[in-house]
Design a protein around this ligand. Structure first.
Ligand SMILES: [Zn+2]
Length: 276
């Protein structure tokens, strides 16, 4: 590593395990995991600029090739930079691929471009590179040092969130299963399933959870987000309408879900089949 100059925003969480904060149109935690002979990156940013910044961060710590790209879920702020790492193998949940191919991928890119007018043309120019190796349950990636398990724990922020636990490092990359820059974003989410999914994540023997956005958090933080979704679910299950649920919602839920609370209630009623 002599002579190398780490770039700004790069944090070594464990030996060869880095969080790189991409300061793009959307600030994102990308992961860089250095194995014995190859590197895996976790999420790639929204634009070519983001991907190139991540590549530069990789080059500031190692000359090993980036052989794997892992997407924590399909959202464009996590996957649109994939193409710039090819011919790396892109890994993700089977439904992550489905959401990024064909007309669904095209629509998602258009939606992201519409939401981010300052980067609209850059986003429209992104060649989509969906995962080409997919799985439903879990997948072990053997890198020698810093081997890892990619695990689907249930629906939550989307229907294809995975978490990545790095062997013996005490670090797990959680994607948007956990957010600390703001409340969890629920528009594609499953509020009634999010709590149980987070309980499984929190059961991992991990000291540092890297959220999709924001500072690294601990197990207490994960448990608090789980608790908020569980409480919201309990209140919604007893209510007849979203308005009734909002009226009965305790303060503790608003403290965690903040301005996403109403959207989470709405999504609950859209995604849960209730006895009539
Ligand atoms: Zn997301």
């Amino acid at each position: 590593m002599s002579g190398r100059k780490p770039v700004d925003g790069l944090y070594e969480l464990a030996d060869g395990v880095f969080d790189f904060v991409i300061e793009g149109v959307i600030q994102l935690n990308a992961g860089i995991v250095v194995g014995d002979e190859a590197v895996a990156v976790i999420d790639t940013g929204t634009t070519e600029d983001d991907a190139r910044a991540l590549l530069e961060a990789v080059r500031s710590v190692t000359d090993l090739p980036v052989r794997y790209v892992i997407n924590t879920h399909h959202h464009g702020d996590h996957s649109f930079g994939n193409w710039w790492f090819l011919p790396a193998v892109v890994l993700g949940h089977a439904r992550c691929r489905l959401r990024l191919v064909g007309s669904e991928g095209f629509t998602h890119r258009e939606t992201m471009a519409a939401h981010l007018p300052m980067a609209r043309e850059q986003i429209r120019a992104v060649p989509l590179a969906p995962p080409d190796v997919t799985f439903d349950g879990h997948l072990d990636l053997h890198l020698g040092k810093n081997s890892m398990r990619l695990a689907y724990l249930g629906r939550a922020h989307t229907d294809n969130d995975i978490a990545i636990g790095i062997d013996d490092s005490g670090v797990a990359f959680a994607g948007d299963l956990v957010e600390s820059a703001g409340p969890p974003i629920v528009n594609d989410g499953y509020p009634a399933e999010w709590g149980p999914t987070l309980r499984k994540l929190g059961a991992a023997m991990v000291q540092m959870f890297v959220p999709g956005h924001g500072n690294v958090v601990d197990g207490m933080f994960v448990a608090e987000q789980a608790g908020a979704f569980e409480e919201l679910t309990r209140v919604c299950a007893q209510a007849q309408t979203p308005a009734e649920a909002m009226h009965a919602m305790p303060r503790s839920v608003f403290e965690v879900l903040d301005f996403q609370t109403a959207a989470a209630v709405k999504r609950y009623f859209e995604t849960v089949t209730r006895p009539s």
